[in-house]
Design a protein around this ligand. Structure first.
Ligand SMILES: Nc1ncnc2c1ncn2[C@@H]1O[C@H](COP(=O)(O)OP(=O)(O)OP(=O)(O)O)[C@@H](O)[C@H]1O
Ligand SMILES: [Mg+2]
Length: 252
């Protein structure tokens, strides 16, 4: 279980990106985080694996205090937390396979230039994970020669190499077309349902949040304005989250 208590992040320029957030995520949930641009979604996800240092508050996972972990402990914890980035974060000039293998080292490690340092079974698993996201045939191609949707799937395959128990996905489909968005979201759903990986995923579209989330957490100006089932977001709640002027846009 993930427990966040009084989490606050104030950036050096004084912006309060997270304002005293408290919530819990049970194992096996698919929690979708929504909210307007600037509401704090990325900051929240990045605080959880401490890519961003929280200003105050606690983040506990399985009883371990992530906020107090030493750099060494943090490396161990990060190996169990996968991360999918909106902008993919691939090494563009390296092959797809090398990018996926880099997941073995965690997403913060620098990429070793020599493929042969990876054991054979890692290479096999990398190919397997590429197969799982439907692009096994692209293994030897340079990452920058893939389409956006394919690059995002490389990012997912890379995150899978960690065999994470918790997956953080920061707008994993923001740069993708509707059909590709659904295919990427379906992979996440499959991981969640079949392997029991807990997922925290930020999304821009409420229609996607409704379709894939087992629960929704809505942020506004760094505070939680809604926590509950997707089906319970009615028009009034929608306007609380997105503002009076907002209209719902569908992605089908
Ligand atoms: N490095 C930074 N330094 C200062 N302020 C920042 C920094 N990163 C983010 N912010 C501010 O913190 C607030 C929350 O930003 P954040 O990126 O978490 O929002 P978001 O919900 O992910 O937005 P988006 O939907 O556009 O990705 C915003 O006001 C933003 O301008
Ligand atoms: Mg963001």
């Amino acid at each position: 279980m993930l427990r966040i208590t009084n989490l606050t992040k104030v950036y050096p320029n004084g912006v309060v990106a997270l304002d005293n957030l408290s919530f819990e995520v049970a194992d096996g949930e698919f929690l979708v985080i929504i909210g307007l641009s600037g509401s704090g979604k990325s900051t929240l996800l990045r605080c959880i694996n401490r890519l961003i240092e929280p200003t105050s508050g606690r983040i506990e996972w399985d009883g371990i205090d992530i906020t107090a972990a030493s750099p060494r402990e943090m490396r161990r914890i990060r190996r169990q937390i996968g991360m999918i980035f909106q902008q993919f974060n691939l090494v563009r000039r390296s092959s797809v396979l090398t990018n996926v293998l880099a997941g073995r080292l965690g997403y913060t490690a620098t990429l070793p230039s020599l493929l042969h340092i990876f054991p054979k079974q890692d290479v096999e698993r990398a190919l397997e994970n590429l197969g799982r996201v439907g692009i096994a045939d692209k293994a030897r191609i340079r990452a920058d020669q893939l389409s956006g949707g394919q690059q995002q799937r490389v990012g997912i395959a890379r995150a899978l190499m960690q065999e994470p128990r918790l997956m953080l996905a920061d707008e994993p489909v923001a740069s993708l077309d509707p059909a590709t968005s659904h295919s990427v979201m379906k992979y996440l759903e499959q991981l969640n349902r079949e392997q029991g990986i807990t997922i925290l995923c930020s999304l821009h579209f409420l229609s996607l949040a409704r379709r894939y989330g087992t629960r929704i957490l809505a942020l506004k100006e760094g505070r939680i304005v809604y926590q509950g089932l997707p089906a319970d977001i009615d028009d009034r709640r929608f306007r609380e989250i997105y503002g009076e002027e907002a209209i719902q846009v569908e992605i089908r």
